[in-house]
Design a protein around this ligand. Structure first.
Ligand SMILES: Cc1cc2nc3c(=O)[nH]c(=O)nc-3n(C[C@H](O)[C@H](O)[C@H](O)COP(=O)(O)OP(=O)(O)OC[C@H]3O[C@@H](n4cnc5c(N)ncnc54)[C@H](O)[C@@H]3O)c2cc1C
Ligand code: FES
Length: 255
């Protein structure tokens, strides 16, 4: 089945100097996206940039979906300047998704910076059950924090510069939370963010014997399993992040 479709920009709202919230209307035929899945988005005019860029589902809306993105390079700079009514070539939803925890587990959701884009809809679906560890460089980069608070049971904020919450990373905050716990068996971790954060989560998952799922954000060229540009080394051989992921068990990755 083709996953290709055209989406119309409804709004492309700056939420920070370097981040925008993109609201799209999509055809009814697009399969329902699940938390953790992603889309390949074409923003080229002519052939530059040639390749589509990968973005997580941020939130489902009545008309379609939203993407929260950070402006990094050529593609996202073009995207930032696109206006309401512009049409994007898209592929998706792609990849696997976060498995929901069993009833007895308390989900601990970790977001580092723009990693919030991947876990937001999971926090929404967990409807008041998730304890969220949300870290960013500064207070201003804690994007959509009020929205996160609406759906989370509790939000533990951290910033690198100490301008809000604990001074340090979301991983530091998770360790401080886990250290005094009498039993770890009833937790389950979900994480998206920079590689060092995911690696720290994997370490704690092993140390505290808690199942952890991480969303890997490797560079992607095709997004559909054809180019092998996104492989990561696992204990079971190389796996494609776009096909076998992006959500992977932290214990299966060779960090
Ligand atoms: C599955 C997946 C989901 C993603 N979801 C989101 C999202 O929801 N919001 C968001 O803002 N970004 C997301 N990203 C990252 C996003 O794809 C890149 O930021 C984007 O492709 C950059 O395109 P560009 O043309 O602006 O930058 P380029 O000009 O291609 O690159 C600019 C700089 O960014 C670096 N870069 C590009 N892609 C990545 C990457 N995947 N990981 C680390 N560094 C990279 C390059 O090395 C370069 O230094 C996701 C990536 C993946 C693989
Ligand atoms: S991006 Fe091409 S195989 Fe994953």
């Amino acid at each position: 089945m083709s996953r290709s479709f055209k989406a119309a920009i409804k709004e492309n709202l700056p939420v920070h100097a370097t981040h925008n919230l993109l609201s799209l209307s999509v055809p009814d035929s697009m399969p329902d996206p699940r938390p953790g899945q992603f889309f390949m988005v074409g923003m080229n005019r002519g052939t530059d940039p040639l390749l589509k860029r990968a973005f997580s589902l941020f939130r489902r809306t009545d008309e379609g979906l939203q993407i929260l993105y950070r402006v990094r390079g050529k593609g996202t700079d073009i995207l930032r300047n696109m206006k309401e009514g512009a049409i994007l070539d898209m592929l998706g939803p792609l990849g696997n998704f976060y498995p929901l925890p069993s009833e007895e587990k308390t989900p601990l959701v970790m977001a580092g910076g723009i990693g919030i884009a991947s876990v937001f809809s999971l926090i929404e679906d967990l409807a008041g059950k998730a304890i969220v560890f949300y870290g960013a460089r500064t207070k201003e980069e804690l994007l959509m924090l009020n929205e996160v608070k609406v759906y989370a049971k509790e939000v533990i904020v951290s910033t690198d510069d100490g301008s809000a919450g604990l001074k340090g990373t979301a991983a530091d905050a998770l360790r401080a939370f886990l250290a005094p716990q009498a039993s770890d068996a009833h937790f389950c971790i979900y994480a998206c963010g920079p590689h060092p954060l995911l690696k720290a989560v994997a370490r704690m998952s092993k140390e505290y014997r808690i199942r952890a799922y991480v969303s890997m954000e490797e560079h992607m060229a095709c997004g559909i399993g054809a180019c092998l540009g996104c492989v990561v080394k696992t204990h079971d051989g190389f796996k494609r992040v776009c096909k076998e992921g992006p959500v992977m068990s932290a214990s299966e990755i060779v960090w």
